[in-house]
Ligand binder design. Structure first.
Ligand code: KG4
Length: 341
């Protein structure tokens, strides 16, 4: 019998299926990820039923793959974690039902985890709880959420603001789809924006900065989406036009400025000097450069996750679970919650 020295996590909140085993010494022993993005590509967004069916198909196959890589892996598992929300109900249900079965078969406890908290801590992946620079501001920017938290401790997390409509990633995906750049489109828009990196955006491409005047810490990106769509149709921009890099650059800069305005407001309000930026959009190098540049004058330290931990994955969930286990937290009864924040 091997010693129980790992945790196993399952993540299936949206369009990616993930399974990961993480060692108590914070080394990943196995991590598998399967994306259904291609299946959704023709629709310009995730189709909930297709995503849920894909998780149901993937999970047993991935568990088998995991065992074929390390046939004694399950014997080392001390507890299981699964994303309970937020996400698409059918997708969450697929993961939670599967995890309940595996936990029962292994006779180990099962923890229900908040997907957004997985992102929140992902920039600190590998650090022990005492090494995390609390308090920090956590900005989570994904395809489904844009949210800002004050994190005083592992169990002391306060939501300061969130998007009132579209998330920043969703805005990029919708604009990219309109331009036939495929789905998801954030990375494609980054590629375009890089072509004019460091150059002044011409006047006719300048877009508004969302929520510039608002007093609170919420975000909103649907107005910017409308403005970008109008600009596309007014200037006749297509996926092959020379104007595309300017549109991509201008759109991203408006988003970065909007994120920054709320961040600096939150820094001034809370006094936090560390900011952790996570989620799929945090993979964007131009965003990282933008924020790092801003931090030079503001004495703020930014923390970003490794690229593989930006989009949805089970490794970051396993890291969160390991932090909980390290603190002696017991699992509680849970159900899925599609709107968890
Ligand atoms: O929601 P999310 O954290 O995870 C997955 O669903 O896998 O990340 C996906 C979102 C999409 O909206 C995608 O367009 C965006 O992150 N994204 C990016 C970049 N890479 C992914 N947005 C901007 N720049 C990127 N390089």
């Amino acid at each position: 019998m091997k010693s129980k020295r790992t945790v196993l996590c399952i993540e299936s909140s949206f369009d990616d299926t993930g399974i990961a085993i993480l060692d108590f010494d914070f080394q990943t022993s196995v991590s598998l990820l399967s994306s259904s993005a291609e299946l959704h590509s023709p629709y310009g967004g995730v189709v909930p039923e297709i995503a849920a069916r894909d998780h149901i198909r993937n999970l047993p196959i991935m568990l088998k793959q995991l065992l074929s890589r390390e046939n004694k892996a399950l014997e080392t598992v001390s507890c299981l974690g699964v994303t309970r929300g937020p996400g698409l109900p059918g997708c969450l249900l697929a993961g939670v039902s599967f995890a309940r079965g595996v936990a029962q078969a292994l006779s180990v406890p099962l923890y229900g985890l908040n997907h957004l908290y997985g992102h929140l801590f992902s920039p600190f992946f590998g650090l022990r709880e005492k090494e995390i620079p609390f308090p920090f501001l956590g900005l989570v920017v994904t395809g489904g959420n844009t949210a800002l938290y004050l994190v005083n401790g592992l169990q002391s997390i306060e939501l300061l603001g969130e998007t009132l409509d579209d998330s920043a990633g969703e805005l990029f995906d919708k604009i990219a789809f309109k331009l036939n750049l495929g789905y998801p489109g954030g990375a494609r828009l980054e590629e375009e924006a890089k072509k004019v990196q460091g150059r002044q955006v011409p006047r006719e491409f300048i877009l508004p900065i969302p929520m510039r005047e608002s007093e609170d810490l919420n975000f909103s990106f649907s107005g910017l989406k409308t403005a970008a769509l109008r600009l596309i149709s007014r200037l006749g921009i297509s996926c092959s036009s020379n104007a595309l890099p300017w549109l991509a650059s201008s759109l991203q800069q408006s988003v970065w400025e909007s994120l920054w305005l709320k961040l600096i407001k939150a820094v001034n309000l809370t006094g936090a000097k560390h900011v952790a930026v996570s989620g799929g959009v945090a993979a964007n190098q131009l965003l990282r450069d933008f924020l790092t540049h801003k931090s030079e004058t503001e004495a703020i330290t930014f923390h970003f996750p490794k690229a593989r931990l930006c989009t949805d994955n089970a490794e970051m969930m396993a890291y969160l679970l390991l932090l909980y286990v390290g603190r002696g937290m017991e699992p509680e009864p849970f159900d899925i919650d599609a709107n968890l924040v």
